[in-house]
Design a protein around this ligand. Sequence first.
Ligand SMILES: [Fe+2]
Ligand SMILES: [Fe+2]
Length: 285
Amino acid sequence: MSMPSQPVNHTPVDVRPRRMQFPYANVEQRAFFDNNVLKSAYIAALSATFPAGEAEFIHSVRLHQKQVTDPEMQRQIRGFIGQEAHHSKQHRDFNKVLTTLGFDALGVEKVFEKDLAKSLRGRDARTRLAFTVGFEHQTAILAHEFLTNPNILRGMDDTIASLLRWHAVEEIEHKSVAFDLYMSCVGDRKLLWRTQKLATALFSARTAKYMMLLLWWSKTIPSWRDIRGYYQFMFGKEGLVRRLRGPYGEYFRTDFHPWQHDNRDLVTQWKEKEYQAQYDVAEAG
Ligand SMILES: [Fe+2]
Ligand SMILES: [Fe+2]
C-alpha cells in the first residue's frame, strides 16, 4: 500500500442524503426536454447509467473504506454512500416512467450493466476508485453547469428539472469525497489522468450508443428541429462541450483539488429557493 502523498483536504459542507419525492406521474411525454427527442434521449441515457454507475462508485469507495482512520472522513464517506444510493433509487423510478412513456431506459440499464461489468473485469481496487474520482469530476462540472446556466435546462419538464437540480446539488456537496479518499489511500495522479481519458472516451461512445438504442427501440426518427436543437445544446457556442472543456481540463493539473473551485453558494441558493420552499423541510442538525 502506498502512503498518503498529500494531506487530506476535507469537504467544507455537510454531506448527507435527503429523502426526496418527485411527482413522476406528472411527466407526460418521452420528449420531456424541450419537446426534443434527442435532448430527451441524452438525459434518458445518462439516467439509465446512474443506478449501476453509482452502485460502482459506492463499491469502489467501500473497497478502501477500512483504511480510513479519520472519523470526519468516515462520516463523509457514509454521507457519500447515502447520497449516491438515493440518486440511484430516484433515477430508477424516473427510468421506469420513461419506459412506460416509450423510451426503454430500463432496457438500457441492462445493456449498461453488461458494458460496465466488461470494463471492470480484471481492474484492481485502486483503478476502480480512480475511475470513480474521474466520473465524480465529470458529474460535478455538469452539476455546476445545470445550476448556473439559465439556458441549459430551458424547456425541460419541471419534475425532471427538479430531479436534476437536486442531484446536481448533492454532486457538488460530495465532489471531493472520493478524491480525498483516493489521495489518502492511493495518491497516484498519473493513474487518475489515464483513467479519466479512458473514462471520457468510453462514456461518450456509450452515451451515443444508448441514445441510439432508445431511438431505435421506440422507432423514433428525429426531425431537423430535434437535430438542430441537440447540436446547439451539445456542440453550439453555448453548448455543453465548449462550456465544460475548461473545467474538465483542470483535472489534469498537478495540484488539482475539487474545492479549489468553491461553489458552495449554489447549494445554499438551492436550499433557500427550491428545497425548503418546495419540500417544506428544515434540515436537521
Ligand atoms: Fe449521484
Ligand atoms: Fe457523485
